[in-house]
Design a binder for this molecule. Structure first.
Ligand code: PMP
Length: 345
């Protein structure tokens, strides 16, 4: 075992980023490439979204858009809210999170424990004025007028301080950790901040690098980047990824390749990584690793490809790892998931 020297680094926000790159054995063996996953589930809020949350709040402070004791309002599938609540606690703000009620109970509970006030709304498309993002924006406007210290709408989809977090940190970290040997980068897009920001940094550091989108079913981006028209088909049980429009964070970005990944392919990878490589991950990580395998097949063997391991399995115990939930959706249930101590001889 190698030791990493612990450093005295200040408050918990100093522990955001600088995550290790994990060699993914099965994906690498399968393709003859070196496939690496950036362990974003090791951030203090346990997801990649801590980076965006810290960047959005720091940017708002710099612009004077948020006052001490003010309220941060956001519409989020969960992880951004957890990151924002964490940053808000350290920096002296309050957090109100508007979340679609379909999101996992675990994420909602984590948000409450992190100190956020939750507003649950029905899951409706962005075109509907009752979509969680629009509800959050209107709530921020109301609170800006009524809260003594005002309110700030974090607006992760269209606030490019989100993407900038990855231009400044994720991209350069991937380049440095691979000693410049990175040939390809692939991930899914929710806001698009991780994909577009990391791609921007890597393309500047390593001209000629190949960047790909891994898109779940139900997202309109794969059709957009392959045919020019936003068109969604199918659906996915993954959370936090897939997009029906070109967000401000995706503006000016184009992937070199785009892959549409079905849930069956992603879940097989999530379950395999858990049982064979000790990695306990959420669904979007499965989409991402599936994308890395597809990109490896395009580039050919002996390339180095990195992707993002966005968050951990614990956030989805009642869904991805629940046999009844999987069966209800016609998805295969791995045998080990139903094994109990009672099965032991
Ligand atoms: N995976 C998970 C689990 C997420 O919560 C998110 C953010 N919504 C993403 C991936 C996508 O990240 P981004 O918003 O940077 O596109």
């Amino acid at each position: 075992m190698t030791t990493r020297t612990p450093t005295l680094s200040g408050d918990v926000l100093a522990a955001i980023g600088g995550t290790p790159l994990i060699h993914l054995r099965r994906a690498s063996d399968l393709t003859g490439c070196t496939i690496l996953g950036k362990a974003e589930f090791l951030n203090p809020g346990l997801s990649v979204k801590d980076r965006a949350a810290l960047s959005i709040v720091t940017d708002a402070e710099r612009r004077g858009s948020i006052r001490p004791g003010g309220t941060i309002v956001e519409g989020t599938a969960g992880n951004t809210g957890i990151g924002l609540a964490l940053v808000a606690s350290v920096r002296g703000y309050r957090t109100v999170i508007v979340i679609p009620e379909t999101q996992s109970a675990e994420k909602k509970e984590t948000l409450r424990l992190a100190g956020a006030r939750l507003v649950e709304v029905p899951a409706v498309p962005f075109s509907n004025p009752d979509n969680y993002v629009h509800v959050a924006r209107r709530l921020a406007e109301r609170l800006a007028a009524t809260e003594p210290a005002g309110a700030f709408f974090a607006n992760q989809f269209d606030n490019v301080a989100n993407r900038q977090a990855h231009v400044d940190t994720t991209g350069p970290e991937l380049f440095a950790a691979t000693e410049g040997r990175i040939d390809g980068f692939v991930c899914a897009a929710g806001t698009g901040g991780t994909l577009a920001g990391t791609a921007q940094a890597l393309r500047a550091l390593k001209p000629g690098i190949t960047v790909a989108l891994a898109d779940p079913e139900g997202s309109a981006l794969h059709a957009y980047y392959t045919t020019g028209t936003l068109k969604a088909e199918g659906s996915s049980i993954t959370e936090g990824i897939g997009q029906g429009r070109v967000t401000a964070n995706l503006e000016g970005f184009r992937p070199d390749h785009s892959f549409r990944i079905p849930d069956t392919e992603a879940l097989d990878i999530v379950f395999g990584l858990m049982r064979e490589e000790g990695l306990s991950l959420g669904g979007s990580s499965g989409i991402n690793v599936a994308g890395a395998i597809r990109l490896a097949r395009v580039l050919g063997h002996s390339h180095t490809i990195a992707t993002i391991l966005c968050d951990g399995a614990a956030r989805y115990a009642s869904k991805l790892f629940n046999p009844a939930f999987l069966t209800e959706r016609g998805l295969p249930v791995p045998a080990w998931l139903t094994e109990t101590a009672g099965d032991l001889p």
